[in-house]
Design a protein around this ligand. Structure first.
Ligand code: GDP
Ligand code: PGA
Ligand code: MN
Length: 582
């Protein structure tokens, strides 16, 4: 097979010449193709079949133990000018980067099949969607891309109509951490990834295309590509408001996107609809409102901690047609991870007999890959080519101290400052130390494909006459008390906070103004049936002025670290708040 598009054929031919595969397979995305690939992976040990009775059509993949997370120190944005990548990215000159990685690609697919994977990010008929082609030598990547994107013949047809596409070249190489690079060439709409088979490094439609390349494209085309979930909240009157929320990796996006309302809310008729759990592409519509699509078609979620108690919707979608990566297994071959109350692990994620003293059963960043349509709260609105209108944008991080449960930004400019100032404790989603607080503007530190200073300016540019922008909020589900315990129950109860936000949007709820932002009084939150003591709630909703004074100093230094390119309005907004706190 080949394509009607000469540019695509030429690129595939040039890659084949460089990498020397034994065979080339153009993926059509069909069931038959998937069945064949699955057979192949079972025979090579790339996949292990899980218990067919309890988990029909589910498989386990064990990755190389040194290839279990995104590698930010090996991830580069290669713009011709270093300033365009910004201090937020590792940069390499494009010519040098191409030379370096092409040397690794030389002959790397000998003895392997090269798969050509056309995919569409977003509903196939959406004007907001964008297409790409990933070339890979990993059948595991093909199987994941088939779940995570609209992959195959329809995507290829759109690419042939449009004539342009993002080029992504991927090889697992030798899975050697010393010979690993994830390179982005936004000016060439090109991605080159070598030496890793892990999700964010290898499923190039996801973080590489839909965030790094797309954020760059979005800036030139007047839209935003963001690291956000999209969720619909239907109130008892049957009105649905859509909310997008940016939290860093492993800070609760998938959970919030699939939230199950607390008992009392369910009785009253509240419903939650999942549009997306990781990435949001949005742009102003003709009516001035911001419209959002989820460019993905599946979820690549964190397994540990997913249980009937924390995220019943996520658990419910994992009983069929799912791929698990780096989880443990029970004696009867059911997938198992820490946080599941039932079952006993027999083997750990590396396939060794489980020994608590040696390793957790599941790697902390172990994942599931599953179609969005498997989720009980999935909504057909996720297929709407025009997207859903956003009522609110939420920023949030993992902060054990200082940051209150929720506050509202006064206006768009303040909201952009709140997003730019975000900070969070690092997690197992990327290699490196866990639990270190770092600034992670809009949860995009690892994912913005260009200079953050220009990115902040781009965010500010949406505030123009006629715009009906979403209200901006900040949340923190992760405050801890002196005993190191989470103070807020989180998960389903986060709907209480969302209810307050949406009542602010419609002008039905009160707030106390502080320099940091507007906070609910404890009585503004519905705490029926919550069982939280008054002192804890009070503490969750209080601004520690001395602590915030120091935080504002630190935010000032952070904004200054981007130099003269940082928008002056942001610096002025920060200075105003700092003065009010003094
Ligand atoms: P994502 O990577 O941003 O999609 O994050 P997930 O939704 O997968 O959650 C990552 C981890 O945070 C999991 O271990 C969750 O159990 C945990 N988590 C998610 N939401 C909450 C919450 O509201 N409170 C607490 N304490 N933990 C949460
Ligand atoms: P997530 O990221 O933790 O935001 O879901 C997936 C990844 O790290 O590739
Ligand atoms: Mn997630």
């Amino acid at each position: 097979m080949s394509s009607k598009l000469a540019a695509l054929n030429d690129w595939v031919a040039s890659v084949a010449k460089l990498t020397q595969p034994d065979a080339i397979h153009w993926c059509d995305g069909s069931d038959a193709e998937n069945a064949k690939l699955t057979e192949l992976m079972l025979s090579t040990g790339d996949l292990v079949k899980l218990n067919e009775q309890t988990h029909p059509n589910c498989y386990l993949h064990r990755s190389s133990p040194s290839d279990v997370a995104r590698v930010e120190h090996l991830t580069f944005v290669c713009t011709s000018k270093q300033e365009d990548a910004g201090p937020n990215n590792h940069w390499m000159a494009p010519a040098e980067a191409h030379a370096k990685i092409d040397a690794l690609y030389a002959g790397c697919m000998r003895g392997r099949t090269m798969y050509v994977v056309p995919y569409c990010m977003g509903p196939i008929d959406s004007p907001l969607a964008r297409c790409g082609v990933e070339i890979t030598d990993s059948p595991y990547v093909v199987a994941n891309m088939r779940i995570m994107t609209r992959m195959g013949a329809a995507a290829q047809a759109r690419i042939e109509r449009e004539g342009s596409f993002v080029k992504g070249l991927h090889s697992i190489g030798q899975l050697d951490p010393e010979r690993r690079f994830i390179m982005h060439f936004p000016e060439e709409l090109t991605i080159k990834s070598f030496g890793s088979g892990y999700g964010g490094n290898a499923l190039l439609g996801k973080k590489c295309h839909a965030l790094r390349i797309a954020s760059y494209q979005a800036r030139t085309e007047g839209w935003l590509a963001e690291h956000m979930l999209i969720v619909g909240i239907e109130n008892p009157k049957g009105e649905t408001h859509y909310v997008a929320a940016a939290f860093p990796s492993a800070c609760g996006k998938t959970n919030l996107a699939m939230l199950i309302p607390p008992e009392g809310y369910r009785r009253d008729g509240w419903k939650v609809w999942t549009v997306g759990d990781d990435i949001c592409w949005m742009r102003p519509g003709a009516d001035g409102r911001m419209y959002a699509i989820n460019p993905e078609a599946g979820y690549f979620g964190v397994a540990p901690g997913t249980s009937a108690k924390t995220n019943p919707n996520a658990l419910a979608m994992l009983y069929k047609d799912a791929i698990f990566t780096n989880v443990g297994v029970t004696a009867d071959n059911q997938p198992w991870w820490e946080g599941l109350p039932e079952g006993t692990p027999a083997k750990d994620w590396q396939g060794r007999p489980y020994d608590k003293a040696v390793s957790p059963a599941a790697h902390p960043n172990s994942r599931f890959t599953v179609s969005a349509k498997n989720c009980p709260s999935y909504t057909a609105k996720a297929e709407d080519p025009q997207g859903v209108p956003l009522s609110a944008i939420v920023f949030g991080g993992r902060r054990e101290s200082l940051v209150p449960l929720v506050f509202e930004a006064r206006d768009w400019t303040h909201g952009v400052l709140v997003g730019a100032s975000m900070a969070s404790e690092t997690t197992a989603a990327a290699t490196g130390a866990v639990g270190v607080v770092r600034r992670d503007s809009m949860a995009m530190k690892p994912f913005a494909g260009y200079n953050f200073a220009d990115y902040f300016a781009h965010w500010l540019s949406f505030d123009k006459p006629g715009a009906q922008l979403p209200k901006i909020f900040h949340v923190n589900w992760f405050r801890k008390n002196d005993q190191g315990k989470f103070m807020w129950p989180g998960f389903g109860d986060n709907l209480r906070v969302l209810e307050w936000m949406l009542k602010r949007v419609t002008g039905q709820a009160g707030a106390i103004e502080t320099p940091v932002g507007n906070l609910p009084k404890p009585s503004d939150l519905n705490t029926d049936g919550l069982g939280l003591d008054a002192a804890t709630l009070e503490q969750l909703l209080t601004i520690d002025r001395a602590g915030w004074k120091a935080e504002m100093e630190s935010i000032g230094e952070y904004l200054d670290s981007y130099g003269e390119r940082t928008p002056h309005v942001l610096k002025a907004e920060r200075a105003k708040i700092a003065a009010q706190l003094a």
